[in-house]
Design a protein around this ligand. Structure first.
Ligand code: ATP
Ligand code: MG
Length: 420
């Protein structure tokens, strides 16, 4: 061990577990790639102001969780706490919304940073894969994203997740609801901070995790009773499309996002095996966000799925992923001549797409075979001076233990045919 440890709230991805993270990212990305989403990568930090406006000045993310700093040049920057604001900023900057067809559909994968109280499933550095569909108001687009996330989780073998769905209304109906909710909240016995939140961001109070608050919220007015006809019709269409696709969901009238630019469709994916950090992903419509960061009106919808929590969910369900073997063939040379020959064999196997590795360092046969075993390789190729004098190498099937001599010039083809 060195003098240093990973910073509090962070952890390293190391083999063999790290392979799971790659597989999860890949599984989430695959349905997006297959549905017209293009890959986007943005910087790990942005202007603080982008997040203050794009995530919301009154959110916990901005007020408590953001890693904000001033550079030596005097710029006020923050490590990105989420992806949507950056992706929208980049799309606007590149004029993607003017280039042709709307919606602009983008997906991303990366690290995000929040100064949170670390616990299982809640870290200061975590990883998300996300998708955004920018510039179209169409219930089929909302449905598409929900269906694709469902497909991603299912392709991983997850079963015990639920989709919670709600509508937040729009500029027309939400203000009426907001006022009704405020009236209700002002009549409750709430602490000062929560009352202040009721003033600035009353919907967020519905999200309060405390039991005594939740108890008082039992009779709170619900947004679904306030939706205007257009919002009702839109939401009904989203629900029908998802249902027709065979994706089940639960209506959750209390599912909220506190900010004004979130409109209509909102959803969350929860996994029941995760305890209190149960949200594995979430998303929704953010029709007002573009204007919030100085862009034109661009109704949009998106989601972000947490990779760390998805891995925990897989573990909770006892799902083991079918990962491709890291190494299929392991070469063990005995002596200098064998070393040159087998190194050539390994290089050729690799060129042909076979996962192969080599016993490096001066090791005896025993130590080298131990490495071969640990590598998980299906086949080991061993060669010593006597083998080479006869023009052969020894091919050992690590599963059956069976060993045969194969000509040096045939070994690559033989392995390829056995592995195909
Ligand atoms: P929570 O209510 O658990 O704090 P959130 O609403 O802050 O979640 P989002 O901003 O919607 O989460 O992010 C989408 C997903 O990213 C979450 O569903 C979760 O899986 C993951 N996520 C968010 N914050 C963290 C974190 N600190 N550590 C690990 N994963 C996280
Ligand atoms: Mg959070």
């Amino acid at each position: 061990m060195s003098t240093f440890k990973a910073p509090k709230g962070t952890y390293d991805l190391i083999p063999p577990d790290s392979a799971k993270y790659l597989a999860v990212r890949e599984a989430i990305a695959a349905p997006l790639r297959n549905s017209g989403y293009g890959y986007i990568e943005t910087p790990g930090f942005e202007s603080v102001e982008l997040f203050a406006r794009g995530v919301g000045e009154s959110t916990d993310i901005v007020t408590k969780e953001m890693y904000a700093f001033e550079t030596k040049g005097g710029d006020r920057l923050a490590l990105r706490p989420e992806g949507t604001a950056s992706v929208l900023r980049a799309a606007l900057e590149a004029n993607l919304h003017k280039a042709g067809n709307l919606p602009v559909k983008l997906w991303y994968s990366g690290s995000y940073y929040r100064y949170e109280r670390p616990q299982k499933g809640r870290y200061r550095h975590f990883s998300q894969v996300g998708a955004e569909a920018i510039g179209a108001e169409d219930p089929a687009l909302d449905a598409e994203l929900i269906i694709l996330a469902d497909q991603a989780y299912r392709s991983l073998g997850l079963r015990e997740f639920r989709i919670l769905l709600n509508s937040l209304g729009d500029q027309e109906c939400r203000p009426v609801y907001r006022a009704a909710l405020q009236d209700f909240l002002r009549g409750l016995d709430l602490d000062e901070e929560t009352l202040r939140r009721a003033d600035i961001n009353p919907l967020r109070v519905l999200d309060d995790k405390r039991d005594d608050v939740q108890k008082q919220l039992v009779g709170a007015p619900l947004l679904r009773d306030y939706l205007c006809d257009a919002c009702k019709a839109y939401h009904e269409e989203v629900r029908e499309l998802i249902t027709a696709a065979g994706v089940s969901f639960e209506d959750d009238a209390k599912l909220v996002r506190g900010l004004d630019y979130y409109t209509r469709t909102t959803f969350e994916f929860v996994h029941d095996g995760l305890g209190s950090q149960s949200a594995v992903g979430g998303g929704g419509r953010y029709d007002g966000l573009s204007e919030m960061i100085g862009g034109p009106a661009l109704p949009s919808v998106g989601w972000a799925l947490g990779v760390d929590r998805t891995v925990l969910a897989l573990e909770a369900e006892g799902v083991t992923l079918q990962l491709p073997a890291a190494t299929s063939v392991f070469a063990v040379p005995l002596g200098d001549e064998a070393r040159r020959v087998l190194f050539g064999v390994v290089s050729e196997l690799r060129r042909n797409g076979v996962a192969a590795d080599f016993s490096y360092g001066a090791k005896g046969l025993k130590g080298a075979m131990k490495n071969a075993n640990r590598s998980g390789a299906r086949y080991t190729v061993v060669a010593g001076e006597r083998d080479l004098a006869e023009g052969v190498v020894q091919l050992k099937d690590m599963e059956s233990g069976e060993q045969v001599a194969v000509g040096v010039n045939e070994i690559v083809a033989e392995l390829e045919s056995r592995l195909s």
